[in-house]
Design a protein. Structure first.
Length: 95
């Protein structure tokens, strides 16, 4: 699992409220992706957004799973289509 924390001014230390977690799910099946998403949500710290890179093309099973299951997740405020079709942003509720 590749997890990247992005913030233009973020250095070592605790996450700030404006942090974005980037989770790359390329090469994972639906079960592995679900486990990775749940782990990222548990370890989110102060992040307000989880950017999920699921890829796009013929197989949309990861994207479909994310939109079906995480739209109602208690930690997720809303889902947003990303900047490209292979990405979905989970806007997270405050802790």
């Amino acid at each position: 699992m590749h997890v990247q924390i992005y913030h233009p001014r973020l250095r070592a230390g605790p996450l700030r409220a404006e942090a974005v977690i980037i989770l790359d799910l390329h090469g994972k099946n639906v079960y592995q992706a679900r486990v990775a998403l749940e782990a990222a949500l548990r370890r989110r710290g102060g992040a307000y957004r989880l950017r999920v890179i699921h890829g796009y093309g013929h197989n949309t099973s990861l994207k479909d799973m994310i939109w079906a299951e995480y739209a109602r997740h208690p930690a997720v405020l809303r889902l947003e289509a990303g900047d490209n079709p292979g990405q979905t942003d989970l806007v997270l509720r405050e802790l």
